[in-house]
Design a protein around this ligand. Structure first.
Ligand code: HEC
Length: 248
């Protein structure tokens, strides 16, 4: 329930309290948003699982092609969501978004082969957060009039200015995700707007796991391997949010 209860005047009558759970949001939009976010997460996990390989200075060609990352991302998506992709129930519009997201993943990995395969270089800066940003930027080039995906964060944690929250995102982060009683992991969705257009918007909170803390953890201010000062975060802290926009 995102906006609380809309209650009839007779307080005692529970039947008058209709949850407006997802605002006026359409369940198909919610499903599409969840699917887009799940594929971001799956592909980011695949890159993460190969971080050691990517950072290995002794190996040249790592055979980590766009095709392979796409294939493994879809497999991981199916495993995590108990549903395979692409799915037979796609509308043409969903199919277009799905195809664009898959193409964006493939292109970003293929275009970074030289970086990934550079021999003699350890840390190459090709990490899940940067990979995901590049994929989301590519997606925007392809279907930005229809949909957008962005990974944002509480303002004080933002490393890359491109990830700065807009007003809607900031407000949801501060008033929902950072409030003590917000259920962990619960997304917020709302019929809202972006760039003056009506849009279905969805924000999904993300929390730091132990693997994040080598860069985002303690000691605060120490420079991490990627060259940024660590945030001093702890496991389970809110680290960011995946923001999905579907223009209406
Ligand atoms: C190798 C160091 C490293 C690790 C490990 C790491 N990050 Fe980051 N993270 C970065 C860098 C660098 C950026 C900036 C990326 C860019 O330029 O877009 C970033 C960006 C982000 C952002 C986007 C907002 C921003 O600050 O630009 C979020 C959210 C985030 N990280 C969360 C996480 C979470 C959650 C994990 C663990 C699952 C994690 N990070 C693991 C280095 C790291």
């Amino acid at each position: 329930m995102q906006r609380g209860l809309k209650c009839g005047v007779l307080l005692a009558m529970a039947a008058f309290c209709a949850p407006i759970a997802y605002g006026a949001a359409n369940q198909d939009d919610v499903a599409t948003g969840e699917r887009l976010a799940a594929l971001v997460r799956a592909s980011r996990s695949v890159i993460s699982s190969y971080q050691g390989l990517i950072n290995d200075a002794s190996i040249g060609d790592k055979h980590l092609t766009g095709g392979r990352v796409v294939e493994e991302s879809l497999a991981l998506y199916s495993k995590n969501n108990k549903q395979s992709l692409p799915d037979q129930t796609f509308t043409p519009a969903e199919q277009q978004l799905f195809d664009a997201q898959i193409a964006a993943i493939r292109e970003v990995v293929d275009e970074n082969q030289e970086v990934i395969n550079a021999k003699g270089v350890g840390f190459k800066g090709f990490i899940p957060a940067i990979f995901a940003r590049l994929v989301n930027e590519r997606l925007e080039k392809k279907v930005g009039e229809t949909a957008k995906i962005k990974v944002t964060a509480p303002e004080d944690l933002v490393r890359n200015r491109k990830a700065l929250p807009d007003d809607w995102e900031r407000q949801v982060i501060e008033s929902k995700f950072q409030s003590a009683d917000w259920p962990k992991g619960k997304p917020f969705v709302e019929e809202s707007e972006m760039d003056g257009r009506r849009a279905f918007r969805m924000l999904i909170p993300e929390y730091y796991s132990p693997s994040c803390l080598t860069c985002h953890g303690q000691p605060k201010g120490e420079i991490d391997i990627s060259g940024y000062p660590k945030e001093g975060a702890a496991e389970g802290d809110l680290g960011g949010a995946i923001s999905i926009t579907l223009f209406q």
